[in-house]
Design a protein around this ligand. Sequence first.
Ligand code: FAD
Length: 458
Amino acid sequence: MTKRQDLIVIGGGPGGLVVASVAAQLGLRVTLIEKSDRLGGDCLHSGCVPSKTLINAARIAHTARQGAESGLLASMPGIVFDKAIDEVHRVIDQIQAVDDPERFRGYGCDVIFGAARFTGPHEISVGEQTLRGRRFVIATGSRPAIPPIPLLEQTGFETNETIFRRRDLPEQLAVIGGGPIGVELSQAFSRLGSQVTLIEAADRLLINEDEQTSKLIESALAGEGINIITAAQVGGVRREGDYRQVALADGRTVECNRILIATGRRPAVHGLGLEEAGVTFSKRGIEVDRRLRTSQKHIYAVGDVCGPYQFTHMAEYQAGIALANIVFRSPKKTDYRVVPRVVYTDPEVASVGMTLAQADAAGIKYDIAEFPLAEIDRAITAGHSKGRARLLIRKGRLLGASIVAPHAGELLHELALAMQVKATIKDISATVHAYPTYAQIHRRTVNKHYAHLLQSKS
Ligand code: FAD
């Protein structure tokens, strides 16, 4: 018999889990369908959680190494890579407990494991079962985008879906792709003992950040011994026994024993039967309006599968918008004015709001206020000097901000809140910031800006 539900959620990652749990707790008849054999999605199993746990192990190794070099420790402790991988899986298991399917069933939500496929606009099949639903939310996430490099399949490569399962540390690692995932993992593997070469096609790393940020991160990574090659096209790869070679189009070659592909993500739209459901999509993902409705108004999409941002916090934010529309019938729309973005390198890169390039492209006039980390006492006491805060200011309010500093991801939220509530930079200046904290950089940046304005008026 065909089961009829109020809401069918496809995909048990951050976006789908928020929709399913809240809708079920509010009394809707909900079915959650997940293709793999566990809930949690990419974020928990092959994204945020494993990468940040490995980055933490790498930070500990780096700190210990610095201590040994400055004579504070008698000797550098050896790195046992498989213990770091054990820790990655211990942390996944710990967080997985929150995503236990029984918790969702306890809310009255049916949880089915299997690949879902639309067989019509109101009908879906999972294995032998057919389900009908009044509304649907597609939250199937994204997969690694694999570039068409000759002989890549035959040579063998890693992606975020495989690398956290390998228990042996690669002696030489070639990372192809210098976006957030590529730079984070390059630094982590380098700190854990791999010799890393990071290859990027654009002329700088972290192309979505401003140029100054790219330079700061390139200098930090190069300073730790990572070989960075920018403006480089990969012409092909080949394998000889345990060794692999990445050939660049300009004739240079990179020797390694493992290749990590980090060249972006593609929305997981294939095999979903979107054509049968009449849902419009392109290679950028499922097309949605500002209420996250697809071309079929009863079918919504949230998270990486529709973008435009591929972050866990955006999947969760969009889940809230979809819920408002589906459950409360409130025509709530997405607002991407204040989207925090963090790259978990050391120093971290955190930004919110408009970048310089976006403001320029929109023809918006702004002032720039900047302050170097090297003049912040807390950073001096901790031996950190690489970084800065940069604010884009228009009519006394923030248009955007970019911070390069240790804990920049934590520091960012004062500015995100200021933007959200439309506080002025005067409010930031008037707020007492504890001494000595990294957060003082915000007040110092604003005050320096005021001093500059006064000077230019006198
Ligand atoms: P996903 O988490 O991808 O979940 C989608 C789920 O749908 C999966 O479980 C999948 O199996 C399931 N599914 C797919 N097809 C079907 C089907 N046909 N039927 C049923 N189920 C299906 N973001 C951050 O905010 N911070 C970070 O630090 C961060 N680090 C990252 C590090 C790496 C290495 C990577 C790869 C990503 C990182 N991200 C980070 C991005 C983050 O993981 C994603 O933005 C987030 O997981 C998106 O959530 P989602 O719910 O849209 O999709």
